[in-house]
Design a binder for this molecule. Structure first.
Ligand code: ADP
Length: 164
C-alpha cells in the first residue's frame, strides 16, 4: 500500500472514499464535517440520519452524493481529555475501522483528514503518528491511503513521519 501526504481540502479529493471526522450523532458539525456536508449536499444528512449514530472509534459509510468521492466513511474520533481515557486506542480504532469499511465497499483509494486534531483537541504530532502506524499495520486491500493536511504544520509532520 502507498501512503502519501498532501495539503488541501479533502472535499476536492478524487479518491474512492473520503473519511469524515464525524461526531457520534452523525448529524453534521463544524470543521471538516461541515465542509463535507456542504460539498456533498443535503442528501448526505438524510443518509447519515438513517445510520442512527456511530460509537467513538467506529466508522460507517454513506454515498458521497455530489462529492467527487464515491463514498464517505464517517469515523468518530475521541475528544482529547489528556490521554488517559483511551484516546490513543480510540483514534487508532478510527483508522483501522475506516480501512475495514473501505474493504467492505471495495474502495481502493481512501483520503483521511487529521481526525480529532481540530475541535476535539488531540495533539497533532501524536495523532499523526497513530494515523501512520495504524494505516501501515492494518491488513487491507486499499492501495492508496492519502493523508490530507489542512494546515502546513500537520503536512510537515506527515512528511517527516512518512520519510522515516
Ligand atoms: P475533530 O472534531 O475530529 O477534531 P475537526 O473538523 O475540528 O474534527 O478537525 C479535524 C482536522 O480536519 C483538523 O486538522 C482541521 O484542520 C481539518 N480540516 C478542517 N477542514 C478541512 C477540510 N476541508 N479538508 C481537510 N481537513 C480539514
Amino acid at each position: 500500500m502507498r501512503i502519501e501526504a498532501v495539503r488541501g481540502d479533502i472535499t476536492r479529493e478524487t479518491v474512492d472514499a473520503i473519511v469524515n471526522a464525524a461526531n457520534r450523532s452523525l448529524r453534521g458539525g463544524g470543521g471538516v464535517d461541515g465542509a463535507i456536508h456542504r460539498a456533498a449536499g443535503p442528501e448526505l444528512l438524510e443518509a447519515c440520519r438513517r445510520l442512527g449514530g456511530c460509537e467513538t472509534g467506529d466508522a460507517r459509510a454513506t454515498p458521497g452524493f455530489r462529492l467527487p468521492a464515491r463514498w464517505v466513511i464517517h469515523a468518530v474520533g475521541p475528544v482529547w481529555h489528556g490521554g488517559h481515557r483511551g484516546e490513543p486506542d480510540l483514534l487508532a480504532s478510527c483508522y483501522r475501522r475506516s480501512l475495514e469499511v473501505a474493504d467492505e465497499l471495495g474502495a481502493r483509494s481512501v483520503a483521511f483528514p487529521a481526525i480529532s486534531t481540530g475541535a476535539y483537541g488531540f495533539p497533532r504530532e501524536l495523532a499523526a503518528r497513530i494515523a501512520v502506524e495504524t494505516i501501515r499495520s492494518t491488513p487491507t486491500s486499499v492501495e492508496l491511503a492519502r493523508l490530507v493536511a489542512f494546515d502546513q504544520e500537520t503536512y510537515e509532520i506527515y512528511r517527516r513521519l512518512l520519510a522515516a
